[in-house]
Design a protein around this ligand. Structure first.
Ligand code: PLP
Length: 337
């Protein structure tokens, strides 16, 4: 048995999802003629109370489109130094948008209204005007940490006062929503654009959505085109998204319970010196007396997969394809090392 905890992106479509995909009605989405893509976009936009949505192949693409949309060359994006848009999108901000970054510190990968306000670049010929703040919720490298709405609203107030837009990398936003019980529409009311991923906790094989105003989504469509993201009979993929939004959101709570169990197991393990607080489905453990590489090899020999996540850190992510049997085998494996 392989227990693949490297990421929540490793899931395979469930039976119900596959059936929905196989029976999808499709058309050419570049002509706007795929009924299932149109239905998914409308469903997501309505869920968040935003005007429109755009279906894209990946979360990297939806983030990069949003950044291109809100910036100009020689302007600046403010975000946490651990943000996915900075660390894991292949330098896309410079490459696609010719924009700069102001990286902030912050507990568990989160930034605050105060730190944003203090970071805004002055209107000076030497500086790079700050035009966009980008948040990540949940925060991957912060151990799946969650922003509370009040914290986000305070950041939005700073943005409004200073003429900056606010984007959300919500690759795992549904993980946050099932924990806080917040209404997605409250997010739609605050952010200028929101990226949500269907291919993480929601268990789809492919797909992300960018949500925003009618005008922003119209411009985003042209940016998606130049990035090569215009898809044709994408309804087969969109059908998986509709299925996931209808059937696979509430179950994210199970992933969070499994993550807490993994955390408890690791806290007692040899070689583990610390486990970051667990808010959702991501568990980050610090090691001592062994390197992450060596630890992961020991685990792999016994069928457990994780990833290195820092000089002394390893990460385990729970997801749709992990159940309680996997957790007990994980426990046995950890105890045996
Ligand atoms: C927080 C976050 N944002 C964005 C992405 C990018 O998504 P994709 O892999 O679909 O490009 C990921 C991927 O894991 C992520 O963890």
């Amino acid at each position: 048995m392989i227990i693949d905890l490297r990421s929540d992106t490793v899931t395979k479509p469930s039976k119900g999802m596959l059936e929905a995909m196989m029976s999808a009605s499709v058309g050419d989405d570049v002509y706007g003629e795929d009924p299932t893509v149109n239905a998914l976009e409308q469903k997501a936009a309505e869920m968040f109370g935003m005007e429109e949505a755009l279906f894209c192949p990946s979360g990297t693409m939806t983030n990069q489109i949003a950044i291109r949309l809100h910036t100009q060359p020689q302007t600046e994006v403010i975000c946490h130094k651990y943000s996915h848009i900075h660390l894991y999108e292949a330098g896309g901000i410079a490459y696609n948008s010719m924009a700069s970054l102001k990286l902030l510190e912050g507990e568990q990968g989160k930034i605050t209204a105060e730190s944003v306000a203090a970071a805004i670049s002055p209107d000076d010929v030497h500086a790079c005007p700050s035009v966009l703040v980008s948040l990540e919720n949940t925060m991957n490298k912060g151990g799946g940490s969650i922003y509370q709405l009040a914290e986000i609203q305070a950041i939005k107030d700073v943005c409004e006062k200073n003429g900056m837009k606010l984007h959300l990398d919500g690759a795992r936003l549904f993980n946050a929503l099932v924990e806080t019980g917040d209404d997605p529409k409250a997010y739609g009311a605050i952010f200028d654009t929101i990226s949500i991923c269907l291919s993480k906790g929601l268990g789809c094989p492919v797909g992300s959505l960018l949500l925003g105003s009618k005008e922003d989504i119209k411009r985003s469509k042209r940016i998606r085109k130049v990035l090569g993201g215009g898809m044709r009979q994408a309804g087969f993929l969109a059908a998986a998204g509709i299925y996931a939004l209808d059937h696979q959101v509430d179950r994210l709570k199970d992933d969070h319970a499994h993550a807490r169990q993994i955390g408890d197991i690791l806290k007692k393990a040899k070689y583990v010196s610390n486990v970051m607080p667990i808010a959702t489905n991501i568990v980050i453990a610090s090691l001592s007396g062994i390197t992450p590489e060596a630890y992961l090899i020991l685990l792999k020999e016994k069928g457990v997969l994780g990833v290195k996540f820092g000089p002394n850190e390893v990460r385990f992510v729970t997801h749709h394809d992990i159940d309680s049997t996997h957790i007990s085998v994980f426990e046995d494996v950890i105890k045996s090392i």
